[in-house]
Design a protein around this ligand. Structure first.
Ligand code: NAD
Length: 252
């Protein structure tokens, strides 16, 4: 059952979305929550209950205790492998059937947008199913089986690390530039399931607003409010995104 306040905002958005030529969707951990992947706000469970992500996801932590950080990421990779895209990811795939240009800019490292079938995905924080060398950052696709945890780079013997952006590290330049360009060119920008606290992704909606786009912010923390060109909707992405697509193109 969708709250009437939510319906009121959705009703304002449907004509804008129907006319849109380029839609950018910035996604965060919240869009994968309904796939069973915890956000960084959810307390960690089991073996990891006493740690905080900010303590484990840093180059310093990896230098000090590479095995611990490697095992945390191995645990997260298992969660991702066992998860499946949810109706929110699928609604963004459906959007590609109606809108000429759809660009997803994700802070997630789980690859669920690609697994759902989205074709234009910019990964700002990398992907935990890819690896690189801790010494020279070159990609690593395979390594010799051994007892080493983490494994060793087959080229230089350095430690293998996940190809994600850790706290305090720079974002991949190309991905960030592509995201900024998309935010400036789009006519509609949706920020879904992100708390908007991690820069520079947090400023992308403002770039879009400055360039004249309608901007929608949706997560579990915001109120329901339409103050064009800025809109807020409170609710679960797995409910709201399919509803928005269905209301916009009911005939599809
Ligand atoms: P965050 O944890 O700071 O915030 C999560 C946001 O999602 C909150 O605003 C919350 O209200 C909202 N939310 C929770 N459940 C939701 C739902 N069902 N529908 C809609 N919204 C929902 O996450 P963040 O802003 O992405 O930033 C934290 C960092 O954590 C990012 O850099 C990201 O890379 C990383 N992270 C990624 C994953 C993943 O890849 N799945 C998981 C955890 C954290």
């Amino acid at each position: 059952m969708i709250h009437p306040e939510v319906t009121a905002v959705l009703n304002e958005l449907t004509p804008i979305l129907r006319q849109a030529q380029h839609v950018v969707i910035l996604t965060g951990a919240g869009i994968s929550a309904e796939s069973g992947l915890p956000t960084f706000r959810d307390p960690m469970t089991g073996l990891w209950a006493t740690y905080r992500p900010e303590e484990l996801g840093t180059p310093q932590a990896f230098r000090q205790n590479p095995r611990l950080v490697w095992e945390w990421f191995a645990w997260r990779r298992e969660l991702v492998a066992a998860a499946a895209p949810n109706p929110a990811h699928q609604a963004l795939v459906a959007l590609e059937h109606h809108v000429p240009h759809v660009t997803i800019v994700t802070q997630n490292v789980d690859g669920l947008h690609q697994r759902a079938g989205s074709t234009r995905v910019i990964e700002l924080h990398g992907n935990l199913t890819r690896f690189k060398c801790f010494v020279d950052n070159q990609p690593i696709t395979d390594w010799k089986a051994s007892e080493d945890v983490p494994p060793r780079c087959p080229r230089c013997g350095g430690l293998v690390r996940p190809d994600v952006v850790w706290f305090g590290e720079r974002l991949p330049e190309q991905a960030l530039n592509d995201a900024l360009t998309a935010a400036k060119k789009c006519d509609m920008f949706l920020s879904i399931g992100t708390s908007g606290t991690v820069e520079p992704a947090a400023s992308l909606p403002y770039r879009a607003l400055d360039s004249g786009a309608a901007v929608v912010v949706s997560n579990l923390d915001v109120p329901n409010r339409a103050t064009p060109p800025l809109y807020y909707i409170n609710g679960r992405a797995g409910v709201l995104l399919p509803e928005l697509v269905q209301q916009t193109w009911p005939e599809a």
